[in-house]
Design a protein around this ligand. Structure first.
Ligand SMILES: Cc1cc2nc3c(=O)[nH]c(=O)nc-3n(C[C@H](O)[C@H](O)[C@H](O)COP(=O)(O)OP(=O)(O)OC[C@H]3O[C@@H](n4cnc5c(N)ncnc54)[C@H](O)[C@@H]3O)c2cc1C
Length: 473
């Protein structure tokens, strides 16, 4: 193994990719400088992404359940929302976590510099510090972990606080009477769910024929049905032609075959049309780093760029733009720098949509299998036959396994239903360990839990399910 204790590395960006890389590098004995403008590490995920959105979604779920409780003989009064307290609770969660990361940096003796980095060459990084100071760092290796930002459609840009991106929506300044979410991806749906629970009339517009374009349609269907009840409108196959600021709101014009109302005024509009990698780092052209036409930095399986001294990880290197992918890449890059024989080649990166119901999948999807003409068998277990789902009054869910017909190996898993985000981890472990459907069938799952539906899907595959009757062919 190469001697790593003399290496000095600079990590640019303190998100889940950057701080994981910095902390592991320090643990492996390297001298580490971590650069980010925020007061503490955390990046998009902690300050304006995963964590604040999930804190608010938890509150949304509580509100929704309290309304639903009527059906079970428990009648709560309508909730009174104290927006200031809700906002400060969410901010408190962020502060606790990012403060914790600041402490962990100090404990590991990672030098944390608040500022923005630029390249002078492959081994020299300049930092424009938040206090105006300029500092040059001479380092052995650089890890770029600059993440991504909300994509903007120039024709939908208006200089008004009525127009928000995900960061603005998470700030939760007020609850508008109505809100248009442009983009039916996971971020738009999650934030739309929060605003709807807080009493706002939410409409979502998506130019494609379905919500969550990346997910299998059978997983999306139960969510779509529920959102039809909690949202004011779901406009599919529809594009936003123009937006115009007016005294009372934003006048939006729609275009598409299914459009019934061509124009509508919304108090607020949330633009959530994807994310763009932050690869325009000043001076990057003075290195050998290559950026592909979509703006992602090119890396190999060790996360090394075309410049041998520079590695890149996280959102800035490509899809899926997810925090857990970023942190695993960060760890791989550091181990590669340390000379360990490693490669980033996962068989399953889980994707979770924290909507209600949640949607989660990992490994091969049905859509992908069809595209690639792969012979797979799909075993679907409907939650209507799950005791636990019934006790929760949430039987709309479904668990499915994608199984290789020849080898009976588990290739993919998809779940829609409450808690799908927690349940999908079993699929990841099964796929990464090369589990067979038999392994899932024979593993005793606790009763009554939703996790049983994984085992029950495998039973369906073998025709041994005792929870569902399927006449023999
Ligand atoms: C609303 C929302 C919800 C999300 N929910 C989830 C979720 O539930 N689960 C999930 O897995 N993912 C979620 N994501 C995505 C997740 O936040 C990202 O995938 C993740 O943060 C990427 O991590 P990263 O380390 O690549 O970079 P980031 O977290 O984007 O951090 C990059 C950091 O680099 C800094 N930076 C940029 N340029 C420079 C420079 N030149 N010098 C110094 N610093 C620089 C930035 O300021 C930033 O702090 C969500 C995103 C959003 C917006």
């Amino acid at each position: 193994m190469a001697e790593t204790s003399n290496l000095h590395i600079a990590v640019i960006g303190g998100g889940p990719g950057g701080y994981a890389a910095a902390f592991l590098a320090a643990d492996l004995g390297m001298k580490v400088t971590l650069i980010d403008p925020e007061i503490n590490p955390g990046g998009v995920c902690l300050y304006r992404g995963c964590i604040p959105s999930k804190a608010l979604l938890h509150v949304a779920k509580l509100i929704d359940e309290s309304r639903h409780a009527k059906n079970w003989g428990v009648d709560y009064a309508d909730p009174k929302i104290d927006l200031d307290r809700l906002r400060s609770w969410k901010e408190g969660v962020v502060k606790k976590l990012t403060g914790g990361l600041g402490l962990l940096s100090k404990q590991r003796k990672v030098e944390y510099v608040r500022g923005r980095a630029r390249f002078e060459n492959s081994n020299t990084v300049w930092i424009s510090q938040i206090d105006g100071k300029e500092e040059a760092l001479s380092v052995d290796r650089v890890i770029i972990a600059t993440g991504s930002r909300p994509a903007i459609i120039p024709s939908l840009k208006l200089e008004t606080s009525r127009m928000m991106d995900s960061t603005g929506a998470l700030n939760l300044r007020e609850i508008p009477r109505n809100l248009l979410v442009i983009g039916g991806g996971y971020i738009g749906l999650e934030l739309g769910t929060v605003y709807a629970a807080l009493g706002c009339k939410v409409s979502v517009v998506e130019m494609l024929p379905g919500l969550l374009p990346g997910a299998d349609r059978d997983l999306v269907l139960p969510l779509h049905k529920r959102l039809e009840k909690s949202f004011e409108a779901i406009l599919l196959n529809t594009t936003v032609k123009s937006v115009k600021g007016e005294a009372s709101g934003i006048r939006v014009t729609f275009d598409g075959p299914e459009v019934k109302e061509c124009e509508k005024v919304f108090e607020k509009v949330l633009v959530s049309v994807g994310r763009k990698p932050n690869s325009e780092i000043p001076g990057l052209e003075k290195t050998l780093v290559q950026v592909n036409p979509r703006g992602f930095i090119q890396v190999n399986k060790q996360l090394q760029t075309d410049d041998p001294s520079i590695y890149a990880i996280g959102d800035v290197v490509g899809e899926p733009m997810l925090a857990h992918k970023a942190s695993h890449e960060g760890r791989t890059a550091v181990e590669a720098i340390a000379g360990h024989k490693v490669a980033f080649e996962p068989n399953a990166i889980p994707a979770v949509v924290f909507s209600d119901p949640e949607i989660a999948w990992c490994g091969l999807t049905e859509t992908q299998a069809q595209k690639e003409n792969r012979e797979v068998k799909v075993a679907r277990f409907p939650w209507a036959a799950s005791g636990r789902a019934l006790t929760l009054d949430r039987t709309e869910g479904m668990t499915k396994l994608l199984i290789d017909q020849q080898t009976e190996r588990v290739l993919g898993m998809g779940i829609v239903g409450v808690g799908a985000g927690e349940l999908i981890a079993e699929g990841v472990v099964a796929i990464e360990m090369g589990a067979l459907a038999k392994d899932l069938e024979l593993s005793i799952h606790p009763h009554p839990t939703l996790s049983e539906t994984v085992m029950q899907s495998a039973e369906l595959f073998f025709g041994t399910s005792t929870d569902i009757y399927r006449p023999k062919k």
